[in-house]
Design a protein around this ligand. Structure first.
Ligand SMILES: [Zn+2]
Length: 446
């Protein structure tokens, strides 16, 4: 379905403000604009930030990704907005929180009036292609070429198998810049790395588990039908790590191909994940979706390539909703009206020093992260600096902080409800100066 023009978007006034800010920023320069770079967005489903070398993981899971990350920006405290694939990808590809997009699981469809990232690139004259394993029709919007892989037999596929198609498509884009979206379930269950990598990551294991860990076995473990030892758990983690290493080889080959063909300097790469994976930190093994603990929402965000400064490591918190506006700004494209994230350039350039509020959601509760603390709207509060595993609930011990977070959550809820209603009704929102101030305070407008 063809979407309505952007001027008909419900959150038009928010857009007007954003546009005004962008126009003001753009008008300071009269130099001719350089041609926009190509943009490649790579979503590595289920990859925890803390299992990536660039994020301090001691095992050699990602030597290739680390190599390119060193020549770019590593956002050390990046967060996914949901612990499962569908809402998280909506937050990435439409810059909307799940409660506004009303997408909580596969099958959820975003309102067709809300433009997806690919539609915005296409409208700006970019060629667009997606090579993904995402099943939802929502994500197809705006792509000239959309190669989606269905669940079932092809659910687990090496990323390598799509790389030939990627190279072929990229080679054909000689007339216009392109936006390419890649997504892979390569490190998602089942964990079935090559023998060589399985051996490398767990050479001494002698327990009963094989190197091919399937969902049914993992379910039996989580249901308590199969008990596992510490060595078994380590083996499960090692097979996950081996999968990451295998994916990293495929990524390295792709990045090298771009470099060897002279495409790296005019292509921006963003490498992200939609959520992490649990390994017994809170009782569940090799799964996601079921909580908003750190192991599920702390995800990598790495930028490198054309125009991206080299060797930066950003400590300030960032969010997957910020990815789409950042990529559009890097390509000199105006940000759509409804975006709830904001361009990250001021963060890495150091002009924005105030930390952004991080919000992640499940259908029945949310978490807010600010100032090193994490607040759950179902009544939990953790000091992440001293208690990274979220063991000691401080909701009673820190009443003032709890109240502050309650107020923050209540104010956000008002705005989330308002935006979701406006999308559902197709109406327009008028903002008073006071509301603008409040939106800024909440991090909606930077
Ligand atoms: Zn996922």
């Amino acid at each position: 379905m063809r979407r309505e023009p952007p001027t008909r978007m419900p959150t038009r006034v928010v857009a007007t403000l954003v546009v005004a800010i962008l126009v003001a920023a753009a008008s300071t320069s009269c130099a001719p604009e350089p041609p926009p770079p190509n943009v490649v967005l790579i979503s590595l489903d289920t990859l925890r930030a803390d299992h990536v070398g660039a994020y301090g993981y001691p095992k050699e899971t990602t030597p290739n990704l680390d190599r390119f990350a060193e020549a770019g920006i590593v956002f050390l405290n990046n967060y996914a907005q949901a612990p499962n694939t569908a809402p998280s990808h909506t937050s990435i590809l439409a810059s909307l929180y799940a409660s506004v997009a009303s997408v909580w699981a596969h099958g959820g469809v975003l309102d067709p009036n809300v433009p997806m990232l690919a539609e915005t690139f296409k409208e700006a004259g970019f060629a667009t292609a997606a090579f993904v394993q995402l099943p939802s029709a929502t994500y197809e919007r705006g792509f000239d070429v959309y190669t989606g892989l269905s669940h079932g037999a092809s659910f687990r596929r090496r990323a390598e198998s799509t790389m030939d198609s990627v190279r072929e498509w990229v080679s054909a884009q000689t007339e216009q810049p392109f936006f390419l979206f890649l997504h892979t379930y390569a490190v998602h269950l089942p964990y079935s790395p090559s023998e060589e990598l399985a051996e490398k990551f767990d050479p001494d294991y002698e327990g009963p588990l094989s190197n091919n860990l399937r969902g049914t076995l993992i379910d039996q473990i989580n249901d308590g039908e199969i008990e596992i030892t510490a060595a078994d758990l380590n083996h499960i983690i090692a097979m996950y790590d081996a999968e990451i290493a295998e994916l990293d080889q495929d990524l390295g080959a792709l990045f090298d191909w771009f470099e060897q063909n002279g495409l790296l300097e005019n292509t921006v790469f963003a490498v992200i994940a939609d959520h992490g994976e649990e390994f017994g930190e809170h009782g569940i093994v090799a799964k996601h979706t079921y909580s908003l603990h750190q192991e599920l929402i702390h995800t990598p965000l790495i930028l490198f390539g054309g125009g991206i400064p080299s060797g930066l490591r950003v400590e300030l918190p960032t969010r997957n909703v910020d990815v789409a506006p950042t990529l559009l700004r890097l390509a000199n494209i105006e940000t759509p009206a409804h975006y709830q994230g904001a361009d990250l350039r001021p963060v890495w350039e150091g002009t924005e020093r105030r930390p952004r509020v991080v919000l992640a959601e499940k259908r029945d509760y949310k978490v807010f992260l600010e100032g090193g603390f994490k607040y759950y709207t179902d009544g939990r509060l953790y000091d992440l600096e001293n208690d990274p595993l979220e063991r000691e609930n401080l909701i009673e011990a820190r009443p003032e902080m709890a109240r502050r977070f309650e107020e923050l959550a209540a104010a956000w809820q008002v705005e989330l409800d308002r935006l979701s209603m406006s999308i559902a009704q197709g109406g327009e929102i008028r903002l008073s100066p006071e509301e603008v101030r409040r939106l800024k305070a909440l991090g909606y407008l930077q």
